[in-house]
Design a protein around this ligand. Structure first.
Ligand SMILES: NC(=O)c1ccc[n+]([C@@H]2O[C@H](COP(=O)([O-])OP(=O)(O)OC[C@H]3O[C@@H](n4cnc5c(N)ncnc54)[C@H](O)[C@@H]3O)[C@@H](O)[C@H]2O)c1
Length: 327
């Protein structure tokens, strides 16, 4: 029987709804948005019931899983309500504004015996997956990484609020922190220089930073992140140096489709690959549906989402205090 799914929040959630409506073995039963007209429009397009409030949807629909795509300050309350009803949860990144909220989400799902996955989509990107697989094989572990990951302007007020999206270094850089953790392990300490460099409209928020990370396994990384670019110009570029290879992943911002690598000492044999048309939203949602069906832990359980939020909070603390922050 098809899994019954729903989406709450139809900004980026619109993409989740489209993917779920087209997915084999899944029935998109309902969608919700505070903008009732938007909910109706997406519901009609996807053949799903429409609600003007996520709480009403969860109260009325019989579901196997829900995708929470609202602003981060609401992730805890929706997760609690879904878990209390026995509904598995996939939640958009960043998991939450605070570690206390992350803990609340993990605990609610643990107590209810439902799965919790944070939608850190980069873990599904083929270029990064290749780096991870090769790290465990010929390449050896990543010892050093350097990343450029600067985005354009986002005008949404919740994005800039410390108690919600937490600004570019929380709402957005969490993608880069998560993929570096996935490839290099737990972060041990963070030092960052930055500030409110470009957005006087949001003076309280750290909008860009130059970040250094030391990993528990001994690796190091440098990351330039934040709202320091322009949409259409912004790129994603990460260099990795392993014991036995060097590699680069790059492409337009959030679409890192190109991979180059070479084994050390074999410069004449550089390999270039292109992963065109990859859809990370479909990949993460298919993965979660499989996990629900097979009752197995997803690739990004709540604890992993929490650990990536912790790095983002440490980055901002380091900028604000001028100190090294240990995790
Ligand atoms: N993975 C990605 O690439 C990606 C991209 C963009 C956003 N996001 C994440 O997705 C989440 C949402 O971001 P967005 O850009 O779509 O924000 P958005 O503000 O564009 O959309 C959020 C929607 O949620 C709705 N909403 C809020 N409270 C609700 C409620 N109680 N019931 C029903 N609907 C409600 C709002 O009306 C709004 O339409 C954030 O956590 C963000 O970080 C992820």
């Amino acid at each position: 029987m098809a899994l019954r799914a729903a989406v709450i929040g139809l900004g980026i959630g619109r993409l989740h709804a489209d993917r779920l409506a087209a997915m084999e073995g899944v029935e998109l039963a309902a969608v919700a948005d505070l903008d009732a007209a938007l909910a109706e429009q997406v519901g009609t397009a996807c053949g799903a019931a429409a609600y003007a409030d996520g709480g009403g949807l969860l109260a009325r629909e019989e579901l196997d899983f829900v995708s929470i795509c609202t602003n981060p300050a609401t992730h805890l309350s929706f997760t609690r309500r879904a878990a209390a009803g026995g509904v598995h949860v996939i939640c958009e990144k960043p998991m939450a504004p605070t570690l206390e909220d992350c803990d609340g989400m993990i605990e609610a799902c643990r107590q209810a015996g439902v799965l919790l996955m944070v939608a850190q989509k980069k873990r599904f990107e083929p270029a990064y997956r290749f780096i991870r697989e090769q790290s465990a094989a010929d390449f050896g572990p990543v010892r050093w990484a350097a990343a450029t990951y600067a985005l354009g302007r986002v005008a949404k007020p919740w994005f800039w609020a410390e108690e919600d999206g937490g600004g570019p270094l929380h709402e957005n850089a969490v993608h880069m922190m998560d993929i570096l953790r996935f490839l290099m392990g737990d972060v041990e300490r963070v030092y960052a220089e930055g500030g409110n460099l470009f957005n006087p409209d949001y003076p309280a928020q750290v909008d860009a930073a130059a970040i250094t990370l030391r990993f528990a396994g001994g690796g190091v990384a440098a990351v330039g992140a934040g709202q320091a670019s322009e949409w259409g110009f912004a790129t994603e570029h990460v260099c990795f140096s392993h014991d036995n290879a060097v590699a680069e992943v790059d492409g337009p911002f959030d679409a890192p489709s190109r991979l180059r690598y070479v084994l050390k000492g074999r410069e004449e044999a550089t390999v270039e690959r292109e992963f065109a048309d990859f859809d990370p939203f479909r990949a993460e949602l298919e993965h979660f549906a499989d996990c629900v069906r097979e009752q197995r832990q997803p690739l990004v359980p709540g604890e992993e989402g929490r650990a990536s939020v912790a790095v983002c909070l440490a980055v901002k603390e380091s900028v604000r205090t001028g100190r090294v922050v240990r995790l």
